[in-house]
Design a protein around this ligand. Structure first.
Ligand SMILES: Cc1cc2nc3c(=O)[nH]c(=O)nc-3n(C[C@H](O)[C@H](O)[C@H](O)COP(=O)(O)OP(=O)(O)OC[C@H]3O[C@@H](n4cnc5c(N)ncnc54)[C@H](O)[C@@H]3O)c2cc1C
Length: 378
């Protein structure tokens, strides 16, 4: 992939907003199918990954923390076109089966079996060395006719004379949106946007397919996770990879799970996946909510880490690396049907883990939607 030297003046065949698993998987899958057009990846984050990204630190070059998804969960071994995208990563050692121990923790702090959860039911894989290795590999596979513009959140879309237009003089014949913020009214409050950008770009009745898709998307609920990241000193205990709280424990502590990420020098990264309490999130309220989550979760850890004495003892020394807010639509009741993934009249498509199909809400769903859309586009 070429990083744009002149990213402000460009015409491409396809713009993809979002370089998570869905967006990068789509670009890689299109190339596998022989798509020869130009692709522009537009991503708000500093690099590829989205919710499967890895946190690095300027002050600590060896530090790597998988601070969103700790693994790629599938409902079954990848099959068909999904396997064609996934298996080369296994062959190249970019992913491997995740054999990390998963344990459960009850509301009284006892070790129990992990709760039943779709993320734990089928095969799981890990990126090597980190989760971000996978989207990075997809970007490489997307080739030199793919360009990326990172660190730029798109908040406005225009459609003119058959082109999708972005700020500056960048235009694309077709557009794929991977996260659904640009299509969902929740962005109005959360990001302080004046309108739903995709709705404003294509007025009602111009594209009946898109009208139906947008109506369905607006019915989707969103869930939020507040992930506290901590650095622990060297620790020699044998520790699980994931500690899942039982349903009762989740209710009591407001925490879904804790994920441990051992560093090369035996220090430990701990990511606490905190559950949202429903307080309205706006640009003004967010800083206070981040602080509240941090202090609430740190307090809960005193009790939650008791089964691991070395960790519990080291807790006062653990350094906070802040809280990351993750948002995800929860499409369980209203996933976007595959028939609405591509809206031909306005040349706009959707992919991501919120599209109907096996594995929605998890890595498998994002990748499956990418290969399905690639098949429609080529
Ligand atoms: C805390 C957490 C734990 C998880 N655990 C697991 C697990 O154990 N197993 C599993 O399989 N899955 C897990 N998941 C889910 C998994 O991470 C997702 O299913 C998958 O990463 C979704 O990929 P995606 O491409 O659909 O979306 P995303 O990764 O969200 O990618 C969308 C991208 O679009 C970008 N974007 C959105 N809007 C704009 C805009 N306007 N301008 C520019 N860029 C934009 C975003 O920055 C993002 O990078 C977890 C997710 C979270 C948050």
């Amino acid at each position: 992939m070429t990083l744009l030297a002149d990213s402000q003046h460009l015409d491409v065949d396809l713009a993809v907003i979002g370089a998570g698993l869905g967006g990068t998987g789509l670009a890689a899958s299109l190339r596998q199918r022989g798509f020869d057009g130009t692709i522009l990846l537009l991503e708000a984050g500093r690099g590829p990954g989205g919710r499967a990204s890895t946190r690095r630190r300027r002050d600590d070059v060896i530090w790597r923390l998988d601070h969103g998804a700790p693994c790629f969960s599938f409902s079954q071994q990848p099959q068909g076109p999904l396997a064609e995208l996934w298996n080369p990563l296994l062959d190249q050692g970019i992913v491997q089966p995740d054999l990390g121990l998963v344990v459960g923790l009850s509301e009284t702090g006892c070790l129990v079996d992990p709760p039943e959860h779709p993320l734990l039911q089928g095969p799981r894989f890990r990126g090597v060395p980190t989760m971000a290795s996978v989207p990075e590999a997809f970007v490489r596979a997307a080739g030199s006719k793919t360009q990326g513009a990172f660190g730029e959140r798109i908040s406005r879309l225009r459609r003119e004379s058959g082109w999708w237009c972005f700020s500056g003089q960048r235009r694309a014949r077709s557009l794929v949106v991977t996260g659904n913020l640009l299509a969902h009214p929740r962005s109005l409050a959360m990001l302080g946007w004046p309108d739903v950008p995709l709705r404003s770009a294509v007025p009602l009745t111009v594209d009946p397919l898109l009208d139906t898709a947008l109506a369905q998307i607006s019915d989707m609920d969103a869930s939020v996770r507040w992930n506290l990241m901590l650095e622990f000193p060297r620790c020699t205990d044998h520790l699980p990879r994931q500690i899942w709280l039982t349903t009762d424990a989740q209710e009591r502590f407001g925490i879904e799970r804790m994920v441990l990420h051992r560093q090369h020098d035996q220090r430990l990264g701990l990511v606490v996946h905190g559950i949202d309490d429903g307080s309205p999130i706006t640009p003004a309220s967010q800083p206070g909510l981040l602080l509240e989550q941090e202090s609430r979760q740190r307090k809960a850890l005193t009790e939650l880490l008791r089964p691991w004495p070395e960790l519990a003892q080291a807790l006062p020394l653990a350094r906070s690396l802040g809280v990351m807010r993750w948002g995800a639509s929860q499409p369980l009741d209203h996933p976007l049907p595959k028939s609405l993934q591509w809206c031909e009249p306005s040349s706009v498509g959707f992919c991501g883990d919120w599209i109907a199909g096996p594995g929605f809400g998890m890595a498998e769903g994002a990748l499956q939607s990418a290969v399905d859309l690639a098949a429609q586009l080529v």
